[in-house]
Design a protein around this ligand. Structure first.
Ligand SMILES: [Zn+2]
Length: 74
């Protein structure tokens, strides 16, 4: 898989993109990258599903999930 200089992958931005948390220029960069990168397109559909699922949860559900599965300490 070729990775072009100056065009970083956007996998880390996808959740924010689907949650509508990116500003316009970042969102445009994500869209541009998805048009040319199969790997990030695959990650994008997963991120879209994850964000859609999270949006169905109530705050109480999210709290319960975070209690069951705490992030690892670092
Ligand atoms: Zn990519």
């Amino acid at each position: 898989m070729a990775e072009e200089a100056g065009e970083p992958h956007v996998a880390g931005l996808l959740a924010l993109y689907y949650a509508d948390a990116l500003d316009a220029s970042e969102g445009a960069r994500v869209e541009r990258h998805l048009a040319v990168c199969d790997a990030c397109r695959g990650a994008a559909s997963e991120a879209a599903e994850t964000v859609a699922a999270l949006e169905l949860l109530t705050p109480e559900d999210k709290l319960a999930l975070s209690r069951e599965d705490p992030p690892p300490p670092h």
